[in-house]
Design a binder for this molecule. Structure first.
Ligand SMILES: [Fe+2]
Length: 203
């Protein structure tokens, strides 16, 4: 397992969100972040097994890393066969990279006055592809594991501590919102810092 890839990605993301310009230029953060995540998910040799375990039903949302200042978080989403989220929003930017299998993101536009929901085109994510979600331009969606007989895994990066913020699910028929806080499935984050094998090999 090559967890170095994840450690390097987190280092690069930390530099990116720490740039003096980042508050003013979210677009630039997302452009670079999309490339970095695309590179990370183009390899499938780094995700610890415990973070890739499919639950029997639904999906697991495993925290891989949260920035100490909560400027971004990195999560592995493990979908059991055919699993589907409710329609939901995020309240912050998001990047979704497909690591294993395939998923569909069905977008919705919600009329703020009436709550009426209009479904957009469903978009199937291919391996290595990265989707960008921005609240200002519409980030309401419902995600489904396309595979009916196998788990799928996507790696998500969000512009905050995604598991600990108030956000919404929506009834797709009426647009009625419900508050929710997603939390995380795991209690322990992966150890990125045991580099003893490298040190021993070099000595
Ligand atoms: Fe989402």
């Amino acid at each position: 397992m090559n967890i170095n890839r994840l450690r390097r990605f987190i280092g690069d993301m930390t530099s990116l969100v720490g740039g003096a310009w980042q508050d003013k230029d979210e677009k630039a953060v997302l452009e670079v972040g999309q490339k970095l995540l695309g590179e990370l998910v183009s390899h499938d040799d780094w995700l610890p097994e415990s973070m890739a375990k499919s639950p029997p039903h639904g999906y697991a949302q495993n925290l891989l890393w949260c920035d100490p200042f909560e400027r971004f978080s990195v999560v592995s989403f493990v979908w059991s066969p055919g699993a589907q989220t409710p329609v939901h929003d995020h309240q912050m930017w998001g990047l979704v990279g497909m690591l294993r299998g395939a998923e569909t993101s069905q977008s919705f536009v919600r009329d703020p006055a009436t709550g009426a929901m209009t479904a957009g085109e469903p978009k199937q994510m291919q391996l290595g592809e990265v989707e960008v979600l921005v609240p200002a331009t519409g980030d309401i969606h419902r995600v489904t594991n396309v595979l009916k007989d196998k788990p799928s895994i996507s790696i998500h990066v969000y512009g905050g501590n995604i598991g600990a913020v108030r956000r919404h699910t929506f009834d797709p028929a009426t647009g009625t919102p419900s508050l929710f806080v997603s939390g995380y499935t795991n209690q322990m984050v992966p150890n990125l810092w045991d580099r003893s094998a490298e040190t021993r090999a070099a000595s």
